[in-house]
Unconditional design. Structure first.
Lengths: 541, 278
């Protein structure tokens, strides 16, 4: 734990960072002061746009073009980092301050072997000869727990999984034994189980080496797992700063409280009953194989995305399809809405065979199942006004244009965006766009809505609002939902039933409460244990 | 804000439009200002500009009025540039859209067909086509269109390939829009920017291609064009710079104006940029 008498390793004093003219606010970071001590993990938490990464970038001398520090100092071991030249910064980076980024695929050079990339770190700082560098690289890979390091050192990044790539990034950041490690959302792009492992690794390494870690995240669950101290930021200002336990248990600021409450923290869902027993959607023995087209010299590849998947959804019910990336959950969703055609099995919607419909017949039935997409930025046509985006479905199905537009206005009001039908998508925030996406799905008066990771691209507080809206609409319009997500916390909040998938198969399914409280399968248990902040929530409950 | 007001906010586009309108005015006013045929020999040859009244740009190797040639030539050059580009777009955009949207065998077939045209050097094919069809404005326009549509098809196909799996296109498919509607209303508007830029360049290329054909003696013998003027003056460029200079500047200005207008159109049509400026 922190010794408050000790001098901090890094000390930010009244740092302000100015944004270029025309940005949404003048200062990205305003008068921010915090300390990072040796041997502690400081979590900087905030939603997107809070300026949480900016301060770290300034410390590293990696501010984007046009953004500059307009005041304050960052004292690292007696030096003010904000006054350093680019060259001085370069010697400091890697050597004394290490950094890990969010996206491990883009942060690694795709054409270089992993070992060479780690050796390059030593080379950049002129340390050791070639042989020693290789040996050190191997030792580092062993230390960060990559399975089979002898092989991994000769692998290219694409041959490693996301978690393994993040381990390589950590190995590179740690290569020169820095005193301070800055981790910028290092686990956000990873699956829950991998995330848990990486968090464990970072905590472990930090304790073993006595480093200071500055951990930037948007996820309070992660904070609960790893932080010694927490710094909560909003609009470029510090909202709250203090010991992790104190902040999490007794947040003093309303915003912190709101953020913590916004986390789907009730990891134990309530028992809910279905309304009727007639199945709306019946899926039996569904299979889907993706074949890449082989060329003259390369054989065709096959991926079994769905294998023998069966479940059924009762009217008015919400089923959560949960799984990690590559588990086939999205393919399942796309098969249900018939963006993909399953290879075999049965897919029926209140008695209609939905699987073998094709062409014109399929087009006429499509309105019965609608989808809410993951990316609120890609799911609306940038050249169409949102009112038209919503109305075009009914228009395609024969409603008159005037009627459809009037209905679109009503729907926008229903999702809380009254009077915005003549605006273009880029004038809305991510959460608002997702509301428009929901309105578009509702415009078709579907029997079933498939939501494919509908909230995973959003900030927690926005996520909570969207989930609330869905819940409310569900009550009002008695919707049936197929909710696809990788986030068990979200699933716990909204789903009546849970279907857990892995490698294209269903591992376990049952009422949400049962799955969460008494998981039958090892894999489900593993998933549940990996939820960040779960122990905390269980203890509170 | 009206479409024109949005367009006019881009100053370059406004300048381009003014140049273009001037050139069009030249083409229209030519028969009024120079009622005589531009082919008529009216003064002694090699008269430099501004020496004799009524011949502000001098005369050419045969004693023809350069100013008259320039104004009459504007009509032909613009006509050839615009019409051949329109024809090329009319062939290339639908082919590219269908290939990119449907993919698979249709794509293979259409792209092999496109490659068939691409493997033959542009200019050689144009010469052959004009020679077979007899030099005339129609045959030149057709020949230029036929050699310049493959890049359009390729571009549109590439755009469609990347756009057809966007979530908003999938959403349109889910609400039951027909393929035609999706192609025309969802995807095509989003491919406009690169098409406009390419089209403004194609007009320029077409004008140059016509010059090259005229230079080889494959121009329409009845009409004066800028390309013919440059081609005829090439051999005497050291004695009479003005013979190739003025038509050259005219081509340059036209191409520049078209590019500026293209860019302005693209900006004005893009809702995002339009709102940000206002």
């Amino acid at each position: 734990m922190t010794d408050s008498q000790a001098t901090p390793l890094l000390s930010l004093r009244h740092v302000s960072i100015a944004l270029p003219k025309g940005a949404d606010r003048a200062l990205a970071v305003e008068d921010v002061s915090y300390d990072v001590f040796r041997g502690e993990i400081l979590c900087v938490v905030g939603e997107s746009g809070s300026g949480k990464s900016m301060a770290a970038n300034a410390v590293m001398g990696l501010l984007p073009k046009g953004v500059y520090t307009s005041g304050g100092e960052a004292i690292f071991d007696g030096q003010d980092l904000l006054q350093l030249s680019e060259k001085q910064h370069r010697t400091l980076r890697g050597l004394r301050i290490g950094m890990i980024f969010q996206e491990p695929m883009t942060a690694l050079n795709p054409l270089m072997r992993v070992g060479a990339q780690i050796s390059e770190v030593f080379e950049a700082h002129g340390q050791f000869n070639t042989r020693e560098r290789q040996q050190r690289a191997l030792a580092l890979l062993t230390e960060v727990g990559i399975p089979d390091p002898d092989k991994a050192i000769r692998a290219y990044p694409f041959q490693l999984s996301g978690g393994q790539r993040q381990r390589v990034m950590i190995a590179m950041a740690l290569a020169l034994e820095p005193e301070l490690l800055i981790a910028d959302e290092p686990t956000t792009a990873l699956d829950v189980t991998t995330q848990a492992q990486i968090l464990e690794l970072i905590r472990d390494l930090q304790q073993r080496r006595g480093m200071a870690v500055m951990f930037i995240t948007h996820d309070f669950g992660v904070v609960a797992e790893i932080a010694n101290r927490v710094c909560v930021m909003r609009y470029g200002q510090i909202v709250e700063l203090g010991e992790a336990e104190a902040v999490l248990k007794h947040p003093s600021h309303d915003y912190t409280r709101a953020l913590i409450e916004a986390i789907p923290s009730d990891v134990i869902p309530e028992a809910r009953g279905a309304e009727t027993d007639t199945p709306l959607l019946e899926v039996v023995g569904l299979n889907k194989v993706f074949r890449s087209r082989g060329g003259l010299f390369k054989p065709a590849r096959e991926v079994h995305a769905l294998q023998d998947v069966s479940f059924s959804l009762v009217k008015g019910e919400t089923i959560g399809i949960v799984g990690e990336s590559g588990s086939g959950k999205s393919t399942l969703g796309r098969c249900v809405v018939r963006l993909e055609r399953p290879d075999s099995g049965t897919l029926s919607l209140s008695g209609t065979d939905f699987m073998h419909l094709q062409g014109e017949a399929l087009r006429r039935e499509r309105h019965r199942v609608q989808m809410i997409f993951q990316d609120p930025y890609a799911s609306l046509n940038p050249r169409h006004r949102v009112g038209y985006s919503i109305a075009q479905g009914p228009i395609a199905n024969g409603t008159s244009k005037g009627q459809a537009m009037a209905k679109a206005k009503e729907l926008l009001a229903l999702v809380g965006l009254e009077g915005t039908d003549d605006r273009y998508p880029h004038e809305f925030s991510g959460g608002q766009r997702q509301r428009i996406g929901i309105a578009r799905a509702l415009a078709m008066q579907p029997e079933l809505i498939v939501a494919d990771e509908a909230v995973s691209a959003l900030d927690v507080s926005i996520q909570a609002q969207i989930l609330e809206l869905l819940e409310e609409l569900k009550q009002k319009l008695s919707l049936s939902l197929l909710f696809i997500t990788h986030d068990l916390r979200v699933a716990a909040q909204i789903c009546d039933h849970i279907v857990v998938m892995q490698h294209g198969r269903i591992v376990e399914q049952g009422p949400a409460r049962e799955v969460f409280l008494a998981p039958r399968e090892a894999y489900t248990r593993e998933l549940l244990d990996a939820i960040p902040g779960r122990e905390q929530a269980l203890a509170d409950a | 804000m009206s479409f024109f007001a949005r367009f006019a906010q881009n100053r370059g586009a406004l300048i381009g439009l003014i140049i273009l309108l001037t050139i069009i005015a030249m083409a229209i006013l030519a028969p009024l200002l120079f009622p005589e045929s531009p082919w008529r020999m009216v003064q002694r040859p090699f008269l430099p500009p501004m020496e004799v009244d009524g011949f502000p740009l001098g005369t050419d190797t045969m004693g023809r009025n350069v100013a008259a040639g320039l104004m009459h030539g504007a009509w032909v050059s613009l006509l050839i540039g615009l019409v051949s580009t329109t024809v090329a777009l009319a062939i290339g955009v639908p082919l590219g859209a269908i290939a990119g949207y449907y993919g698979g065998l249709i794509d293979d077939a259409l792209m092999r067909f496109t490659e068939f045209f691409q493997t033959i050097p542009n200019f050689a094919l144009a010469i052959v086509l004009v020679a077979i069809m007899q030099p005339s404005i129609t045959s030149i326009v057709l020949a230029i269109a036929i050699v310049s549509w493959p890049p359009v098809a390729r571009l549109v196909r590439a755009e469609f390939l990347s756009l057809r799996n966007r979530e908003y296109v999938e959403a349109a498919r889910l609400v039951g829009q027909s393929n035609t509607t999706i192609i025309l209303r969802q995807i095509l508007p989003n491919t406009l920017s690169p098409i406009i830029v390419l089209a403004s360049l194609m007009v320029a290329t077409a004008i140059l291609l016509e010059s090259a054909l005229s230079f080889l003696g494959l121009g329409d013998p009845n009409v004066m064009s800028w390309g013919y003027m440059i081609g005829a003056a090439r051999t005497v460029i050291r004695q009479a710079w003005w013979l190739s200079f003025f038509p050259g500047v005219a081509i340059l200005l036209t191409v520049l104006a078209l590019n500026l207008v293209g860019e302005g159109l693209d900006d004005a049509l893009n809702p995002k940029l339009a709102r940000e400026r206002s």
